[in-house]
Design a protein around this ligand. Structure first.
Ligand code: ZN
Length: 299
C-alpha cells in the first residue's frame, strides 16, 4: 500500500519501530492486517529476534522505500557477528534466504528481551519529530543506559515483549526496573563502543575472538583438554567481573541451577556441534579482558 505520507526511517530508529509507525499511518486497526500485507501470516515484533517478521519488514522497506537498505541497518543485529563469525554473517546479509542460525538462550539470560526506551529521548523525539520512536541503540542486549542522557532505560518485561497492541514509547509511563549504579556507565559505554565497531566492520568480531584466545593462551581449535585451563580462568573471571553485571546478564548468577553453565566454558570451550553463542557472553568476556586487548590492532 502506498502511503500519502512521507514516512522514512529516522536516524537511530529500530526497523520495527518504523513498521509500527507505518502501520499507525496506514489506518489499519490490527497489526496482523499490516503484517499480512507484506506476506507475514503471524508475526512477533521483537526487539532482537531476527525472525521471519523482521526479515519481511526489512525486505519490504528495501523494495519500497530505500534500495540501499541493508538488513543490519536500524537494529542491534551487527552484534551477532560474534555469534556467527563475520564470514557467515556477511554472506547471510547478502542472501536473506539463508537462515540465521539460532542462538537465543532465553532460559539463561537475565538481560531484558523486551522493548526499552529512554524517558528523556521519548520527550525530545516527540518535540522534534511529532512522535516518539523505539531507538535501535536502546534495544542492544546489555545496554542499560541511554547513551545520550545516561538515564536507566525503561522497559516492561510483560507488556513490552512484543510490539503489536503496543505502539510508540510515549504511550507508556513505566518506572525503570533499575536504579542507576556506578557499574552501569563504564559497562554501557563499553557495549556501545563494541557495537559501533561491529556496525562499521563485522570482521572486528573475528579479530576480537582471536585476541581472547591469545590472551587466555587457548588454541584456536578447541578440544576437551582445554577444560582445565578454562576452569582456572573462570575462577578469575568470577572474582574480577562485578557480580552486579553478571546478575544483570545471566540468571545463573542469581538463581540456583542444577547444572549451572559457565560463561567461559560454554563460550570458548570445545563444542560437539556448531552453535552460535548469544553476543552478551562475548561482550562480558571482552569487558573482563578490556585492558589486555590490543585495541589499536583492530583498526
Ligand atoms: Zn535518552
Amino acid at each position: 500500500m502506498r502511503l500519502p505520507f512521507h514516512c522514512p526511517l529516522i536516524e537511530g530508529e529500530h526497523l520495527l519501530s518504523w513498521f509500527m509507525r507505518y502501520h499507525i499511518l496506514s489506518g489499519r486497526q490490527k497489526i496482523k492486517v499490516s503484517l499480512a500485507s507484506i506476506g507475514v501470516a503471524r508475526g512477533r515484533l521483537k526487539s532482537y529476534d531476527f525472525n521471519e517478521t523482521f526479515l519481511a519488514v526489512s525486505e519490504f522497506y528495501k523494495e519500497n522505500f530505500d534500495k540501499n537498505f541493508c538488513v543490519t541497518d536500524h537494529s542491534p543485529l551487527a552484534l551477532w557477528a560474534f555469534s556467527h563469525g563475520s564470514e557467515y554473517f556477511s554472506a547471510w546479509k547478502k542472501d536473506n534466504q539463508l537462515q540465521l542460525r539460532a542462538c537465543f538462550e532465553p532460559n539463561k539470560l537475565a538481560v531484558p528481551a523486551s522493548w526499552s526506551y529512554c524517558p528523556i529521548c521519548q520527550e525530545e523525539d516527540r518535540d522534534n519529530f511529532g512522535f516518539s520512536f523505539w531507538h535501535s541503540e536502546h534495544q542492544i542486549p546489555g545496554v542499560i543506559l541511554c547513551g545520550k542522557h545516561r538515564t536507566p532505560l525503561i522497559t516492561d518485561r510483560k507488556v513490552l515483549q512484543v510490539l503489536g497492541v503496543a505502539t510508540l514509547p510515549h504511550a507508556y509511563a513505566y518506572q525503570s526496573e533499575l536504579k542507576y549504579s556506578d557499574w552501569m556507565l563504564d559497562w554501557n559505554d563499553f557495549v556501545l563502543s563494541i557495537f559501533s565497531m561491529l556496525n562499521s566492520d563485522p570482521s572486528v568480531a573475528d579479530k576480537l575472538k582471536l585476541q581472547v584466545d591469545k590472551i587466555l593462551d587457548l588454541p584456536e581449535s578447541k578440544s576437551l583438554a582445554d577444560k582445565k585451563a578454562l576452569m582456572e580462568h573462570q575462577k578469575r573471571f568470577d572474582t574480577e567481573v562485578s557480580i552486579s553485571i553478571l546478575q544483570y546478564l545471566f540468571k545463573f548468577y542469581s538463581q540456583v541451577y542444577k547444572h549451572p553453565p559457565t560463561v567461559l566454558g560454554s563460550t570458548l570451550g570445545y563444542k560437539t556441534y556448531a552453535k552460535g553463542k548469544h553476543p552478551v557472553y562475548w561482550l562480558v568476556i571482552l569487558y573482563w579482558l578490556k585492558n589486555e586487548i590490543d585495541w589499536v590492532a583492530l583498526k
